[in-house]
Design a protein. Sequence first.
Length: 224
Amino acid sequence: MAVSYMDFTSPSVQFTYNLKNNPFYRKDARNYINLLSINQLNTLGNVSMLDIFLSAGNVIEPHIHQNATELVYCVSGAAVVSIINPFTKRLLNFPIQPGQVANVPQGWWHYEIATVDHTHLIAIFDAPVPQFIPASDMLRLTPANVFAHTYCLNEVKVKDTFAPIMNTVIIGPPTNCNTKPVQSTITAPPSIQQSHHHKHRPYRDIPYPSISDNEWGGVKYYKL
């Protein structure tokens, strides 16, 4: 149990809150995030959460939480939580459906992709306010010549590639994105195939690398 120094006799003590009153990010009416932290609900202690709504193909951009572990719970729809294990140097992909969770250790690189419309995720953190370092900020704020020199790349190409990233993305792709992703013919792994009567957009419409029933883009995926 978290240690609390809250004066529970104070008239300012809070026990309830409406997350709709604290939007963290809004891309559009179907893709947005609401935040609850100790700044909104002062009795929380060492816990906070994000209430995430996504349509098919939308991505919570690659990022880390440097101060918290994240537990991702699927309320509705379906998503894939992808994590890079810094010890094994492997990309792990965890498909989740309603009632399933995926856990992201503190400081690990990860992202989430909605695979059907009307996906609703809840992300729970073991910190009073979750911190967030997104890939878009690292890409747009690091000088192109640093990338080029460090990785022996063409500086002009690096600059041109990252030039469209002018702001923090959070939910991608950006609404002004005109580039169509390369489509590949894929079939959903058995654990997340949608039934023929499913009302959501079928999973196979989402662009991913070619996969088989046992691999995603050359790395193993894990059934829950």
